[in-house]
Write a protein that binds this ligand. Structure first.
Ligand SMILES: [Zn+2]
Ligand SMILES: [Zn+2]
Length: 245
């Protein structure tokens, strides 16, 4: 059995007083994070989840609200946790260079430092699969700003299959990509369809019957969506929501 805890559920801008994207999945063989927004350390601390439990950080694309928390995560692992075991950082092509550049820009450069634990970067491209730590990961292309190298994932953790949209607009193949999942964690930034690069409640309602998933939970909620929890028929996440699979 796996457990999923939503660490951060807001859009890029902290709508509704929520934290940026991060979802923790705990399985028998280890733990992983889906995305690591800038507010991730705060969320883990508040929810009592140890960074040591996280073996893999899986990044959907290179926007700050999805990977901006990695440098501080690594520094806290080094100085606060005295971490000894490896962390695997998995993401789209260029993940290593992007994280290094980000860390350098933040004044938390990763080079020329004695790390007490190995930091391993692994790239995964759409239609590829990868076995990392507790997870079997498959990537698929999504509709988001191309320069951010966007992709979504299907992840098997033991018996459970979790699909994760990352950030995306609607595309025809989305139902096929997430089919047969036990849980689909889907972005829903907007109430009304306004953008090609983000999903809306209107679009998800229209296509709900096409989504073959055991449970659908909406996250990455923007201003209009943040106030709708409990008022709509589709489940929405809050920071701290824990789900057993
Ligand atoms: Zn985002
Ligand atoms: Zn984005």
């Amino acid at each position: 059995m796996s457990e999923v805890v939503f660490i951060g559920t807001s859009d890029a801008f902290g709508a509704g007083g929520r934290r940026q994207s991060a979802v923790f999945a705990r399985a028998q063989r280890g733990g992983m994070l889906f995305d690591c927004g800038a507010t991730t350390n705060t969320g883990l601390s508040q929810l009592g989840i140890s960074r040591d439990e996280i073996d893999v950080i899986l990044i959907s694309h290179f926007h700050g609200d999805h990977f901006g928390g990695i440098p501080a995560f690594l520094y806290a692992a080094l100085y606060t946790d005295l971490r000894r075991h490896p962390v695997e950082i998995v993401g789209p092509p260029d993940i290593e260079a992007r994280v290094h550049a980000l860390a350098r820009a933040m004044g938390h450069h990763l080079e020329d430092r004695e790390w007490s634990f190995p930091i391993r970067f692994r790239e995964i491209r759409p239609d590829e699969s990868l076995s990392v730590g507790p997870a079997e990961i498959e990537a698929f292309a999504t509709e988001h700003q191309p320069e951010s190298n966007p992709q979504g994932y299907r992840v098997s953790l033991g018996q459970e299959r979790i699909a994760y949209s990352g950030d995306t607009g609607w595309f025809e193949d989305l139902p096929g990509q997430i089919a047969n999942s036990d849980l689909f964690i889907c972005e829903c930034t907007l109430h009304r369809a306004q953008l090609d690069f983000h999903l809306s409640l209107d679009e998800l309602r229209e296509h709900r019957d096409d989504l073959d998933c055991g449970r659908l939970i909406l996250t990455h909620l923007g201003h209009d969506m943040a106030g709708r929890r409990g008022q709509i028929e589709i489940e929405t996440a809050d920071d701290g929501l824990a789900v057993k699979l």
